[in-house]
Ligand binder design. Structure first.
Ligand code: PBG
Ligand code: ZN
Length: 327
């Protein structure tokens, strides 16, 4: 059967018909808003490297989270940015650390919002690496102990979901063990399982002051050339007890998202990262494209590839844009 019997255009003739036959959807349920918290009080300021994104002090974070909750966004992921950085990143597990204070404030002020915490040392180390340094290298196994400790500290502050992003081998098992030993056996782990060494994290590092002082992250983050290796990383993390897995970045990795979802059928998240945000924001600021349509197109493409939910800096902004785009 082919033309003139088959005419795919018949199902494209009106907004209602296009909505009726759409294969993929995107709603508030699928979006997670990243937020940056800093060690100040009564403070909200724009982030220079991320247009229209802000630093919040823990006390001012709550009003932002309440606004997101009113839009129906189910979760936020918090990044704590410490100005007390040291060689081992000890603020990552400090009881009065910035992330711990932020989590407590949000859970007290807006308990229905799910709080995910990014678990890594790079926002807390003075050298900017995601682990501690021994003989000039990031020491995998020593780092695991600190990550477990930081995870417990985040859970104790009230974090609903722990999201390790460091890419050390064995970290999901270490974090799971740490959480279980501290009676947080019901706290889920969202593992940044397939996290590539990407040029698209640069605006985030500007915002977090986490650019490595020497070398780069290619010794622990993945080579963008590899997809089978992503499946291996995901398999290992699931075996170690990850409850959900993430692919990062998103748009450069649609094939990876697809393969992960097809292969494992587990809850699969995608992180539309800071460089993806900057790329379209700058193009739009230069009058080169329609930001709203471009953003919605990328979000639906990431869903189409197989992501169950998307961490996106546009989460809040894009929701009102989706209705028009979807029809
Ligand atoms: C911490 C972390 C990074 C991002 C999320 N968690 C930075 C990095 O790995 O260098 C990137 C997020 C973004 O670019 O939006 N390891
Ligand atoms: Zn890191």
């Amino acid at each position: 059967m082919s033309f003139p019997i088959e005419r795919p255009r018949r199902l494209r003739s009106s907004p209602a018909l296009r909505r009726l036959v759409a294969e993929t959807n995107l709603s508030a349920d699928h979006l997670v808003q990243p937020l940056f918290v800093i060690e100040k009080s009564n403070f909200v300021q724009p982030i220079p490297s991320l247009a229209d994104q802000f630093y919040y002090s823990p006390d001012r974070l709550v009003e932002k989270v309440e606004a997101l909750a009113r839009q129906g966004i189910p979760a936020v992921i918090l990044f704590g940015i410490s100005d007390r950085k040291d060689a081992v990143g000890s603020q990552a597990w400090a009881d009065d650390g910035v992330i711990q204070r932020a989590v407590r404030a949000v859970k007290a002020g807006c308990p229905q919002m799910l709080v995910m915490t990014d678990l890594c040392l790079c926002e807390y180390t003075d050298h900017g690496h995601c682990g501690i340094i021994k003989n000039g290298c990031v020491d995998n196994d020593e780092t695991l102990k600190l990550l477990a400790q930081a995870a417990v500290s985040q859970a104790a502050a009230g974090a609903d979901i722990i999201a390790p992003s460091d890419m050390m081998d064995g970290r999901v098992a270490a974090v799971r063990q740490g959480l279980d030993d501290a009676s947080f056996e019901l706290t889920p782990i969202l593992s940044y399982a397939a996290k590539y060494a990407s040029a698209f994290y640069e605006p985030f590092r500007g915002a977090a002051g986490s650019t490595p002082a020497f070398d780069d992250r290619r010794g622990y983050q993945m080579n963008p050339a590899n997809r089978l290796e992503a499946l291996r990383e995901v398999r290992l993390d699931l075996e170690e007890g990850a409850d959900m897995v993430m692919v990062k970045p998103a748009l450069p990795c649609l094939d990876v998202i697809y393969a992960v979802k097809q292969t494992f059928g587990r809850v699969t998240a995608a992180f539309q990262v800071s460089g993806e945000y900057a790329m379209l924001e700058s193009a739009a600021a230069n009058g080169l494209l329609d930001l709203k349509r471009a953003v919605c197109e990328t979000l639906i493409a990431i869903r189409r590839a197989g992501a169950d939910f998307i961490i996106s800096y546009w989460a809040e902004q894009a929701l009102p844009w989706m209705g028009e785009f979807a029809s």
